[in-house]
Design a binder for this molecule. Structure first.
Ligand code: 5GP
Length: 195
């Protein structure tokens, strides 16, 4: 098991409805040492790629993008959840359905912060059905920028997001892939990955 899988086994809580709670170290209280290791690991996995910006979505992605951007020495940008009333022509927008809250959010990035020159590394905390990533990919494409890669902290491999994003040809690196989890027995099984 890698450092993240060990932490998930120790402190993650499997909830009904295919939700894994990691709010003691990632989503609410944050272990800054762990976040630093996550940033370092994404930097290692995308070492061969040119990256000019790290892009994520608020709120849980922000700390992950920050830690990652520190290692690449580039800015990070987070897509904001917006009231549609705030949206004008200066923004790239995408509609994202929230897996955990079951509602739809309009997310926006100012045109000032992404350009056609950018090589964007997209990061997020979880990958479930892939809606959040699809939104970030479409914002990147709307800017004429290219996707350098996608880094996910925890992928739920039993949901379809990972497969559909890989089928689109992106380099998707997930630090832990949960193959199955069971709220009744509190067990989590990870997919074997190359170190
Ligand atoms: P997707 O858009 O891929 O369906 O879901 C990804 C988003 O939903 C992530 O940004 C994350 O915030 C949230 N999410 C999805 N599954 C889980 C989960 O099992 N636990 C937590 N804490 N968040 C999740």
């Amino acid at each position: 098991m890698n450092f993240l899988e060990e932490r998930i086994v120790k402190d993650g809580i499997v909830k009904e409805g295919n939700v894994l709670k990691v709010d003691s170290f990632l989503n609410h209280q944050m272990d800054v040492e762990l976040l630093d290791k996550i940033g370092e690991e994404f930097h290692r996995r995308f070492a061969g790629k040119e990256v000019t910006k790290v892009l994520t979505i608020e709120a849980s992605g922000i700390a992950i993008a920050y830690a990652t951007a520190r290692y690449f020495g580039v800015p990070m940008v987070f897509a904001k959840k917006a009231k549609s009333i705030n949206i004008d022509g200066d923004m790239y927008t995408a509609e994202v359905e929230s897996f955990t809250h079951k509602n739809k959010n309009q997310v926006i990035v100012s045109k000032k912060f992404l350009s056609s020159e950018d090589k964007v590394l997209i990061v997020d905390d979880f990958l479930a059905n892939g809606c959040a990533l699809q939104g970030l990919i479409s914002i990147t494409e709307a800017a004429g920028a290219s996707v350098a890669g996608i880094g996910i902290v925890i992928e739920k491999g039993f949901q379809y997001g990972g497969r559909s994003i890989r089928n689109l040809g992106y380099q998707l690196e997930s630090l832990a892939i949960v193959e199955s989890m069971d709220a009744a027995t509190k067990t989590i099984v990870f997919r074997e990955q190359m170190a």
